[in-house]
Design a protein around this ligand. Structure first.
Ligand code: M3P
Ligand code: FE
Length: 308
């Protein structure tokens, strides 16, 4: 499969209320590596299995949530094309200089989606100081800590204008719809979309308030690691939302829990391999409980109500 245009989800800048507690959570418990700090006090982190300079940026703010999410693209020319097509589609977008607020990153095109989220597209990023071995490599260079998350995986974003948002993501950026959930009136509640062989890179759910984050997900390898992560959630007295369990959607294994600022995290493993010729899997509202919480077969109120 030739992956062209947008190739993957690459980073998220997340707002946190208390930097010290947040760094402890993401560094010591999830197991991301701290790779730097910016002059304005943001903390940069990455997973042991990632190559890019960083994939998670924590910014101290008065309210939790997501500032923006980045997607890696295959070439600079694609960014220029997207700039023109984005304006023609009627969305605001602007260029962000290379090596400005994100050390190590080339120029980015920041797009304001109809859902109220900002996504940044970029085609170049420096290698991190530490990254997976390349020459007859071991499985890791340094033994991973805590939950041993491999890196940033995907996000679920809540906001208005779902149709217009997903039409942009598919029509202009080339994402594929992998799964969706339909409401009884025939309109859509949620779309899971991808730009690669992963079953989702990002998902959008129709919601009245713009720019909301439901969860940011980090990758694990397998069901055993999901169980180990759940042990650490209890041992560290972290607020648990749901898990360990499986999704019907994507078939991935999962835990949901909260960071010290109330942002929902997910540890995600498995899931099927997507190919662009696959048909769309469609859920209805009577079955979506099983789609999200496969074993319990119904959603809990907290899962539906809390977004940041
Ligand atoms: C996932 C996933 C909804 C869906 C969640 C699904 C509607 O987090 O990773 O497949 O909350
Ligand atoms: Fe998820």
């Amino acid at each position: 499969m030739a992956i062209k245009g947008v190739i993957r989800a690459g980073f998220m800048q997340l707002r946190v209320l208390d930097m010290e507690k947040s760094v402890h959570h993401y560094e010591d418990i999830l197991g991301l590596d701290k790779v730097g700090e910016t002059s304005d006090g943001r903390v940069l982190l990455k997973g042991y299995d990632e190559f890019d300079h960083h994939s998670l940026i924590l910014r101290k703010a008065d309210s939790p949530g997501m500032d923006f999410m980045g997607f890696k693209c295959d070439c600079e020319e694609f960014l220029d094309e997207v700039y023109e097509k984005t304006l023609a589609y009627g969305l605001e977008c602007q260029w962000v200089d290379a090596n400005s607020d994100q050390p190590g990153f080339g120029r980015r095109l920041a797009v304001k989606l109809p859902s109220g989220h900002r996504i940044d597209l970029y085609a170049s990023v420096e290698l991190a100081e530490k990254y997976p071995g390349l020459v007859s490599p071991e499985i890791w260079v340094e033994q991973p800590r805590g939950m041993s998350v491999k890196g940033f995986d995907h996000a679920l974003l809540y906001g208005p204008e779902l149709d217009k948002t997903v039409k942009y993501m598919t029509g202009v950026l080339g994402f594929h719809i992998v799964e969706r959930c339909d409401k009884p009136d025939g309109s859509q509640l949620v779309y899971w979309i991808t730009s690669s062989n992963k079953p989702h890179e990002v998902a959008f759910l129709e919601y009245d308030k713009p720019g909301k984050l439901h969860h940011v997900a980090f990758a694990l390898d397998n069901w055993n690691e999901i169980g180990h992560a759940a042990d650490l959630i209890t041992i560290n007295d972290i607020s648990m939302d749901a898990g360990p369990m499986r999704h019907g959607v994507t078939r991935g294994y999962t835990n949901y829990f909260f960071d010290p600022s109330g942002n929902r995290n997910e540890t995600y493993a498995g899931g099927y391999t997507y190919c662009p010729d696959h048909p769309i899997r469609v859920w209805d509202m009577d079955n979506i409980g099983r789609g999200i919480f496969y074993y319990e077969r119904k959603l809990n109120d907290r899962f539906l109500a809390i977004v940041t």
